[in-house]
Design a protein around this ligand. Sequence first.
Ligand code: ADP
Ligand code: MG
Length: 292
Amino acid sequence: MESTFKTNERIENSIKTNYIKAQSDETFKKLINSFDVDEHEKIVNTSKFQDTVECLKNCKNCKGLTNCKNANIGYVFYPELYNDKIEFYYKPCKFMKEEINKQNNKVTREKEIDNASMKDLDINDKARVKVIKWITKFINNYDNTKKNKGLYLHGSFGCGKTYIISAVFNELKKMGYKTEIVYFPTLLRDLKSNFDELESTINYLENVDLLLIDDIGAEKVSEWSRDEILGTILQTRMNDYKTTFFTSNYTIDELEKRLAKDDNKIAANRVIERIKILTDDIEIQEGENRRK
Ligand code: ADP
Ligand code: MG
């Protein structure tokens, strides 16, 4: 049998061979040359650098988030030097930065939400027939004393997901129901910086008649955001039959993978099962991009 020492040597050689081979790619070469660090550090990170190169190539002629080909939509897997070690993280691309700024601007966002109306929904758009049928029935039947499922609405950036649910909520508000829309990544940030208000905010989100968790999956997943915030809110809403909506750029299966980031598949599945109980799942397929 081969000794451990020999096996290690063989693995090391093969990583080194990959590193040398990878340099036939110009982008790879330029990228590693930009780092002033011990070569061994570059060699051991070969496959991560290759992931970065793939992202950069996807980004090259990209026209916007709708067409993003990266696994993590709107983000580039990127290297950074930290205490003489190379660390990789997900860096928002230029389009994602714009999107984040827009979503973080409360005034713009609230204005858009307030302006959404059922009468302006384009009912002839084929990609939306299914969702429009669903929401029409929902508005006609909603009653906060009964069990009413919400929607997990997913599709590409800018296809009108937030607009559609906002239009539904605006109708129900006219009937006197209480609604709330939270942009999930911003909610997490706000909860962190206003720890004193955490309990009351969660309590409010657990009890409002209709809740939209907007853009789930766009947040940086942590145990805290998944289990303590999302998990808690969903558990209570499920127990109390409170109607909950979600919009996402990811399918439920993709979301489950994202939530399992720390390889905690059980915890991710627990949240996903709650979402499945709370909602019907509809995709807006290849809808026209509504962003100007
Ligand atoms: P998504 O949530 O899918 O990323 P949005 O709902 O934010 O997309 O829609 C993108 C843009 O298009 C927004 O500025 C929104 O106000 C606008 N929009 C979406 N649907 C309509 C519609 N039916 N009529 C008018 N504007 C719309
Ligand atoms: Mg949206």
